[in-house]
Design a protein around this ligand. Structure first.
Ligand SMILES: [Zn+2]
Ligand SMILES: [Zn+2]
Length: 225
């Protein structure tokens, strides 16, 4: 068996991904150990890393002013280090669905620990159709499946803007539009996405959901940039 990321042969020994659910080994140990969990000091609300102890970071302060009391919190698993940038490029932009499957045990485990007592419904951030066609699949949808929770798909994206082409500032200011298409809006849910960068996407979706009647909204992403 070869590592799904670097393609080098994997010597017989087991790593944390196997330990979680006794599947065959997907990544070599060298790749596995480059997943860098968020620890040390970070914002309690959005998991942004910080050099000093903060209760709430400047990003969260800003969102508090724009959409107060909308998103309870964001939980993210990993840092956006160089390895992760390469991993995301292969998984997301080159459409390697199988590579994404290596995240299943660790993403499921985190959801169970952090959210499963309070939340039973998840909402993958929808992508517009043009982008879905280009990228073959929606990464948020794949991550949502890993949680094992009920997936609610009653919302569509109606903005065609390619967020990743913009600067950080432009992204924060951009209007992202969603449309709730189903009447049976759950009372609480966790929004699922791959990256939390400025939080613009997650907050825009949360605002739409709240307007549609949802009362408790949190988010979970693979990465906090
Ligand atoms: Zn490898
Ligand atoms: Zn924050």
């Amino acid at each position: 068996m070869n590592c799904l990321y670097c393609r080098l042969p994997i010597p017989k020994s087991s790593g944390w991904l196997d330990w979680y659910n006794s599947r065959p080994q997907w990544l070599c140990q060298e790749c596995e150990r480059q997943f860098e969990p968020i620890d040390g000091q970070y914002c309690f609300r959005c998991m942004k890393q910080s050099d000093v102890e903060v209760e709430i970071c400047s990003d969260c302060e800003k969102w508090n002013g724009v959409v107060p009391h909308t998103l309870q919190r964001n939980y993210s698993l990993f840092r956006y280090n160089d390895f992760m940038k390469g991993f995301i490029a292969q998984w997301k932009y080159r459409g390697d669905y199988q590579l994404g499957e290596v995240l299943s045990p660790v993403f499921n485990n985190a959801f169970q620990h952090v959210f499963s007592r309070q939340f039973t419904v998840v909402i993958p951030v929808p992508v517009n159709n043009e982008r879905k066609r280009r990228r073959k699949f929606n990464q948020a949808e794949q991550l949502a499946l890993f949680t094992g929770a009920r997936i609610w798909r009653g919302v569509d994206r109606i903005s065609a803007e390619a967020q990743s082409k913009k600067t950080r500032h432009a992204r924060m200011e951009a209007k992202i539009h969603f449309e709730v298409t189903e009447a049976d809006v759950p009372t609480k849910a966790v929004i699922i996405d791959d990256l939390y960068t400025t939080g613009a996407t997650v907050h825009a979706l949360a605002a739409h959901l709240k307007q549609a009647g949802m009362r408790e909204i949190a988010s979970m992403t693979l990465i906090r940039v």
